[in-house]
Design a protein around this ligand. Structure first.
Ligand SMILES: NC(=O)c1ccc[n+]([C@@H]2O[C@H](COP(=O)([O-])OP(=O)(O)OC[C@H]3O[C@@H](n4cnc5c(N)ncnc54)[C@H](O)[C@@H]3O)[C@@H](O)[C@H]2O)c1
Length: 436
């Protein structure tokens, strides 16, 4: 065995190693090695901290996977930002309104904002661009709105300081509140994100709206999901809504009760719209018609759910343009809020409407239409509807919206899907985007 290897070995047991004349030097050596260990530990700790902080800053703005948002990641304020807000809010027609659209980078948000802008209303968007689904789709919608002259403020509806600043800059006459954590199944994965956006965020928005002067009128998105396990069809606004089948539905139902409270105490004019499965160009990738299209094109199997005893699963699919007409009609028929200085001065308007298509279509038929439009046969996988929040059937009674808003949907599923598919193929044509 080579000598050097023997010298480099540690003593077999500490007791057998004698410190003799060299003990002082040894103490010095061991002190310096402790010092080295401490130094290296500190360096390692610093490195871990650095990596951790960097990974936090690389996350989507304002959102982390635990469902908590951090407002510090949004940059707002400053004179050029204020200029953008003011210019976006400029009214382009006589009697035009100034509308704050929350969730403007979302699916309904982009369509509602551009329709308002087109007819001459002043529009300012607000969105936190969270990563519930591909944020690049939200950025593409933002770019389109920017071209139309609509500025989207990046921020969270829970940021009351930001909301107050916006009202300080622009005396909004109306709020079109669309920001929410949508999706039924994701509620089992990230329940706190629903509480954060749909309950806490709504309260934060109403707190600001009730205290500004003049108070705006508010139209906001509830959902057909509030009908939950209700089995009486078609669903009418008078039907019971106390059996939500998902946390999403429960938070929308809570929103309706919260709206009642703010109307009752502070005189805010509030209109809740129960949308029924909205679809169309610039849609949401987490919705069946969207990911069915993607998966049919990829040759992937698509799950077709059926209820108990092979019961048909059907949806009252409603085309986006019809929904937008309902939103605009709600804004136009909104009465003024009656409060001022945070106090109610008289009774104020409180409304809830179904916005659906009144013709439920079995999900299997939706797939057949997509097959024809895409000219690709789908690989259907029939499965039992899991109990994770989806209901078997939705069907809207829209007579109240028809009577009071003049709402009348005009687009059947075949026509609407044709428009969606042609958008989808154009948008994802480059092959760079995946549709996920
Ligand atoms: N699309 C439908 O079929 C449907 C059906 C019923 C109800 N709704 C409701 O309509 C509204 C719009 O839905 P959508 O399909 O456009 O959804 P979407 O997810 O595309 O749009 C919502 C937008 O709100 C933003 N947002 C979420 N939380 C926020 C927060 N705390 N602060 C600021 N911005 C926030 C998101 O980034 C997103 O861009 C939602 O309230 C939804 O619950 C939609």
């Amino acid at each position: 065995m080579p000598k050097s290897s023997h010298f480099n070995e540690s003593p077999p047991t500490p007791g057998k190693f004698k410190m003799e004349k060299s003990s002082y030097a040894h103490r010095l050596r061991s002190r310096s090695s402790i010092g080295k260990i401490v130094l290296w530990s500190l360096l390692a700790l610093g490195l871990i901290l650095l990596v951790f902080m960097r990974s936090q800053s690389l996350r989507q703005p304002g959102f982390n996977p635990t469902g908590h948002y951090f407002s510090s990641s949004y940059k707002w304020g400053g004179s050029s930002w204020e200029k953008q807000v003011r210019s976006s809010a400029k009214v382009g027609s006589r009697n035009g309104m100034t509308v704050l659209v929350t969730g403007a980078a979302g699916f309904v948000g982009i369509h509602a904002s551009s329709a308002l802008k087109r007819r001459g209303d002043g529009v300012v968007g607000l969105d936190n661009f969270n990563n519930y689904y591909d944020p690049s789709l939200k950025r593409a919608r933002q770019a389109l709105l920017e071209k139309a002259g609509v500025f989207i403020v990046e921020g969270d509806i829970n940021d009351e300081a930001l909301l107050r600043k916006l009202f300080e800059l622009v005396p909004f006459t109306h709020v079109m509140h669309l920001a929410a954590q949508a999706g039924v199944r994701y509620a089992m994965e990230n329940p706190s994100s629903y509480v954060h956006s749909n309950i806490a965020g709504f309260v934060s928005l109403l707190e600001v709206c009730k205290s500004v002067n003049p108070q705006p009128s508010i139209v906001w998105a509830s959902s057909s999901s509030v009908y939950g396990l209700n089995s009486k069809v078609p669903f009418s606004e008078k039907d019971r809504t106390d059996q939500p089948a998902s946390l999403y539905a429960a938070t929308k139902k809570a929103g309706e009760e919260i709206a009642h409270t703010y109307n009752h105490i502070y005189g805010l004019s509030l209109t809740g719209l129960r949308f029924f499965t909205v679809y169309g160009p610039w849609g949401r990738p987490d919705m069946a018609y969207f990911f069915f299209t993607r998966d049919i094109l990829k040759g992937k199997a698509i799950p077709i759910f059926e209820g108990a005893n092979h019961g048909t699963v059907a949806r009252d699919f409603t085309f986006i343009d019809d929904i937008v007409r309902g939103c605009l009609a709600s804004l136009d028929t909104s009465e003024k809020s009656t409060g001022s200085g945070g106090k109610k001065k008289g009774p104020a308007q409180l409304r809830v409407y179904n916005l659906g298509n009144t013709s439920p279509v079995p999900v299997g038929d939706l797939v057949s239409i997509l097959e024809r439009l895409l000219k690709v046969k789908a690989n259907r996988k029939i499965m039992t509807l899991p109990r994770n929040g989806d209901v078997q059937f939705t069907h809207a009674n829209i007579s109240l919206a028809h009577k009071e808003l003049g709402y009348m949907p005009t687009t059947d599923l075949q026509t609407g899907l044709k428009k969606f598919v042609s958008w989808y193929l154009r948008f994802y044509a480059s092959g760079k985007k995946s549709g996920s």
